[in-house]
Design a protein around this ligand. Sequence first.
Ligand code: CO
Length: 218
Amino acid sequence: MNDYQRIFENNKKWIASKKEKDKDFFVKLARDQNPDFLYIGCSDSRVPANEIMGLEPGEVFVHRNIANLVVNTDLNVMSVIYYAVENLKVKHIIVCGHYNCGGVKAAMESKDLGILNPWLRNIRDVYRLHKDELDRLSSEHDRYRRLVEINVIEQCLNVVKTAEVQKSFLRTGYPKVAGWVFDLANGELIDLQINFEKRLDEIRSIYNLVGESTTVNS
Ligand code: CO
């Protein structure tokens, strides 16, 4: 059996199992999508969005890239955020990083990674912003883990800064933004409990952001 055959066999079994639980599963699936969540995560094959959240098809809108970055000149992620907020009207936007992230690790090393260099430079910028805190950590391992977390926090702030999120929040109180980290070693999802109010207060005037509770944790 070749690689493709295995997948098409899996697909047949998956269809059967879904129909067994709900014979109209695909009728409903084809109708529309109405997810409450937008998940922005890493492309890493070990971090499957739906699976780690225990959500079914139709329950989460997903964007993944290397090291879960939200870059304001990236038409891809900006289109996803726009569509999720304006059309799907998601209630929550989650940026989910993960420990042992190869992208974050690569950004900590001085290697030539071709087209990845400018992409990973965004993580180096995150490091520069938080250099004092990171350099205080004595082990490379601790710095690596903390950079994964801080990168999630900074990407959440990038989500908050987008015009769609700002406008929608003023209008409706949604979406709320949260930063999570997935721990590959035990499967646990960790909510970083980001105090957005405090962090936004520090930068609000620079970015001309809207007022109180813009991004209260979910
Ligand atoms: Co990763």
